[in-house]
Design a protein around this ligand. Structure first.
Ligand code: C2O
Ligand code: CU
Ligand code: CU
Length: 499
């Protein structure tokens, strides 16, 4: 039942937002801070605790920590191993791992590997919470192309808060095909995890459980506010993840030089593609190569957000600090990508995205998320085309678990060259439709699809699919689960798995 449209309400909100002053350079927060006053940090790479002939085993503790994000103040975070962002996993295609996660947060949590093709019980289903004090072993087969994935909390109705508090990190899969390209590696292969956050006067994160969006006023890269990064005058590969709550960035260099994009959500593009700017919505990844040999030592280059063309905001600065030899390469052709095309047996689905103003919830095909309901039942081996129809005035970055997809078309403009690779999250602009095509492979079980604006996801723009091997009824164990509940008595939003 979509009785009223959200249009009027949101256009009024948009008008009000325009009246507010926008911070241009200086950061707001408990302390005055100029941009580019702290160095970038690179999250540490996880080491296995042990290995056997087939697998590597890791252990991670989710716990609270007080860390310095804004200079001179302390922020309580909830982090994997007490870090924000969490440590980076670097794994090899074909080598499975097991990650034992211990929850010492004092609240339930669960962890999803975003972009991972994993068994559903390791997928961080929102109802399969790890209770406080418990541990859970996640198996990741790593049987997929090299790509920049990430892991983050996915707890039912608490994904927004749990991510805001810091529960997110990178997960990089490497493979031989990518190695052969001789792209920049090691110290020249640098993750850039983008968050925006607001801070209270005492330095704590100012989280609010919002329905529409939660934007922060401080831009963080790898947990550092608008940092600088000293680079050599050579090529670097940057793996950029938008781990923000709601904010879509438009990434660009202040020099006006194009960014050379080589990868997106699910690995390399077919060809390296220069882009004047790259839109990046929550959960999307963009990999770029910047060749600093084009700039004399001493040059400072700002990576900025041009989402508001009238007021570019700095994200970080590259300071070309030294000369250095470079034997890495940037080939134009990166890999071949088979284009999926719809055929006579392709399953077609339409997902209408809107807000139900009677309940103030975001809905898909008129329904809020319900863990006891299966919305879609794809079959293994099938190819499906999903049309996301956005009837609202908000952008929805739509994400599907388990599968990778290709974007077929948008009705409001073209699919950019940087979007032509394998994706797992797609921006659906206001009042527009986007078609994506995917093939169901790998595993059966219960998986989610949802908007990755975490405010929308929690309220409650998420659905559940049951991937089946055939026409036979789903085995009962697919419906077992642990009730994690909801704090709001008025909520009809169900998180338990029993039905
Ligand atoms: Cu990155 Cu279901 O999420
Ligand atoms: Cu995901
Ligand atoms: Cu949304």
């Amino acid at each position: 039942m979509r009785s009223r449209r959200e249009f009027l309400k949101l256009s009024m909100a948009a008008t009000a937002a325009l009246a507010l002053p926008r911070p241009a350079g200086a950061l707001r927060g408990p302390v005055a801070l100029q941009p580019f006053s702290v160095p970038l940090r690179i999250p540490p790479v996880m080491k296995p605790v042990r290995s056997d002939g087939e697998r590597d085993f890791y252990e991670v503790t989710m716990r609270r920590a007080r860390v310095e994000i804004l200079p001179g103040s302390r922020t309580t975070i909830w982090g994997f191993d007490g870090r924000f962002p969490g440590p980076t996993f670097k794994v090899r295609r074909g080598r499975p791992i097991v990650v034992r996660r211990r929850n010492e947060l004092g609240v339930p949590t669960t962890t999803h590997l975003h972009g991972g093709e994993v068994p559903w019980r390791s997928d961080g289903h929102p109802s399969l919470a790890i209770a406080p004090g418990d541990t859970y072993d996640f198996s990741y087969p790593n049987d997929q192309d090299a790509a920049t994935l990430w892991y983050h909390d996915h707890l039912c109705m608490r994904t927004s808060r749990n991510n805001y508090m810091g529960l997110a990190g990178l997960y990089v899969i490497e493979d031989d095909a990518e190695d052969e390209l001789n792209l920049p590696r090691d110290a020249f292969d640098v993750p850039l995890v983008l968050h925006d956050r607001s801070f209270a006067k005492d330095g704590s994160f100012r989280f609010r459980d919002k329905v529409d969006l939660l934007d922060g006023d401080v831009y963080l890269v790898n947990g550092r506010p608008t940092p600088f990064f000293r680079v050599a005058n050579r090529k670097y590969r940057f793996r950029i993840l938008n781990a923000s709550h709601s904010r879509g960035y438009t990434l660009a260099l202040d020099t006006g030089d194009p960014l050379m994009q080589i990868g997106s959500d699910q690995g390399l593009l077919a060809v390296a593609t220069p882009a004047a700017s790259i839109p990046l919505w929550p959960a999307e990844r963009a990999e770029v190569v910047i060749d600093f040999s084009a700039y004399p030592v001493g040059t400072k280059i700002v990576l900025q957000d041009e989402a508001d063309p009238a007021a570019a905001r700095p994200i970080m600065r590259f300071d070309v600090a030294r000369g250095e030899a470079d034997d890495s390469e940037l080939p134009t052709v990166l890999r071949s990508i088979e284009r999926l095309v719809p055929g006579p047996t392709t399953v077609q689905r339409e997902l209408i995205l809107n807000k139900d103003l009677d309940t103030n919830r975001w809905v898909i095909n008129g329904k809020p998320f319900d863990a006891g309901r299966i919305d879609i039942e794809p079959r293994l081996g099938d190819t499906e085309v999903w049309t996301f129809v956005n009837e609202s005035t908000s952008t929805h970055p739509m994400h599907v678990h388990l599968v990778r997809f290709q974007i077929l078309d948008r009705n409001n403009g073209q699919v950019s060259a940087g979007e032509l690779g394998w994706k797992d999250t797609v921006r659906v602009d206001p009042s527009s439709r986007v078609r994506v095509i995917m093939r169901f492979e790998g595993f059966t079980g219960r998986y989610m699809f949802h908007c990755h604006n975490l405010a929308h996801e929690d309220h409650s723009m998420m659905g559940q699919m049951l991937v089946r091997a055939g026409a036979a009824p789903a085995p009962p164990e697919l419906f077992e689960g642990r009730y994690v509940g909801s704090s709001s008595a008025a909520s009809k939003f169900r998180c338990d798995l029993t039905r």
